[in-house]
Design a protein around this ligand. Structure first.
Ligand SMILES: [Zn+2]
Length: 374
């Protein structure tokens, strides 16, 4: 992957490249960033830069043999380590799953564990990194560099290593080898052994800026207005994966549904609320969950507005108008009640509750909440 293909992070990219050009390549680096921020694409771009025969001040060349192989994640000196499922009679190493992981990353460089799970069609099985993987790392280290240059080991989600594997990895990190670089990519550094943390140089990857996310969304979905793209970008909090899935779930549709349903609850219009529960019943489970999450987001914005913390309100356009009109009708009690109700409904949807009954019940509860608040 080229640095140019990584969204945003201009300052960080310049710093990483500057370090390489000045010969400061730490042998173990930990890219730490929230989901959808781009830790993995950055690590892969860094790897390609190290492997490239003719990098310039801004990026790898993109055309040399090494770049061609690195971009397909097929470079013989680029070793890929990631969590796997433990299956009977299958080796507990990454090797046999490398083509699958490669395909997953090439189709979505901002890969997260859920997408990787989907890719493996493994349902809810636990993704793990056991001692087999630690041994695999050791055996890759004992191999000579094929091209005579750097050997790069990308370890994705090292926080899923069990203690035994992490301790083996620690031994490796304690004895740096020349021209061998570990690039680890994690979301939750708190879950790593502190000894591993202390032996790596951290590269903090911040969440993407709303403007950067909005721009990507507009390129990918030309039908989105600038306002809609910005609204989704703000709600995604810089998580590109979240932003994309919000687009798929139909931003506008969720807003209109939620606003009109909430109005029906506020005015106590039972027949209208009943019609909404039919509509809710017709949605996919993912969309029902998205609606609850969306509702929670709007209520949070209402709370900021209600408390006078206007600088925290993230809505734009018609969403913003709605929040401005709706927030003053609420009390602190009804806001917290709404949050509890929507969160509970979200949990029940996950547990496969009957959606029509659940939604009608939720509507009655909100009506009661609003009545009390008046
Ligand atoms: Zn190159």
């Amino acid at each position: 992957m080229l640095f140019a293909s990584v969204i945003g992070h201009a300052t960080l990219k310049a710093k990483l490249i500057g370090n390489i050009r000045e010969g400061r390549v730490a042998h173990a680096q930990l890219f730490i960033g929230p989901r959808g921020s781009g830790g993995l694409p950055l690590a892969l771009a860094y790897a390609q830069y190290l492997l490239c025969q003719a990098p310039d001040a801004a990026d790898a060349c993109g055309v040399c043999d090494d770049c061609r192989q690195a971009v397909k994640l097929e470079h013989p000196d680029l070793h890929l380590i990631f969590p796997i499922y433990f299956e009977d009679k299958k080796p507990r190493t990454c090797d046999h799953l490398t083509p699958a992981w490669r395909a997953a990353v090439l189709s979505e460089p901002y890969l997260d564990l859920d997408r990787w799970r989907d890719h493996l069609s493994g349902g809810n099985k636990q993704l793990r990194m056991g001692v087999g993987i630690a041994q695999e790392i050791q055996s890759r280290l004992s191999m000579k560099s094929f091209r005579g240059g750097y050997k790069v080991i990308v370890v994705w989600q090292p926080e899923l290593m069990d203690v035994q594997a992490a301790n083996k990895l620690l031994k490796v990190l304690e004895e740096p080898m020349p021209n061998t670089v570990f690039l680890m990519v994690c979301n939750e550094p708190d879950q790593l052994l502190s000894t591993i943390l202390s032996r790596t140089q951290s590269v903090k990857v911040p969440a993407l800026k709303p403007g950067e996310v909005a721009e990507v969304l507009r390129v990918e979905n030309p039908e989105l207005s600038a306002e809609e793209a910005m609204s989704i970008a703000l709600r995604s909090e810089g998580d590109l994966l979240e932003a994309r899935s919000l687009v798929q779930q139909g931003e506008e549709e969720l807003f209109v549904f939620f606003r009109d349903w909430l109005r029906a609850c506020y005015t106590g219009a039972v027949p209208t609320a009943a019609a909404f529960s039919e509509g809710f019943h017709g949605m996919s489970r993912d969309k029902q969950k998205a609606l609850m999450q969306y509702g929670l987001y709007i209520i949070r914005q209402c709370m900021f507005h209600w408390q006078g913390a206007h600088e925290l309100v993230r809505t734009v356009g018609q969403e913003h108008e709605f929040v401005e009109k709706f927030a003053p009708l609420l009390s602190l009690e009804s806001i917290s009640g709404l949050r509890v109700e929507l969160e509970t409904a979200h949990v029940h949807i996950e547990r496969n509750a009957h959606s029509k009954v659940l939604f009608m019940d939720l509507s009655y509860r909100l009506m009661a909440l609003f009545k009390k608040a008046r």
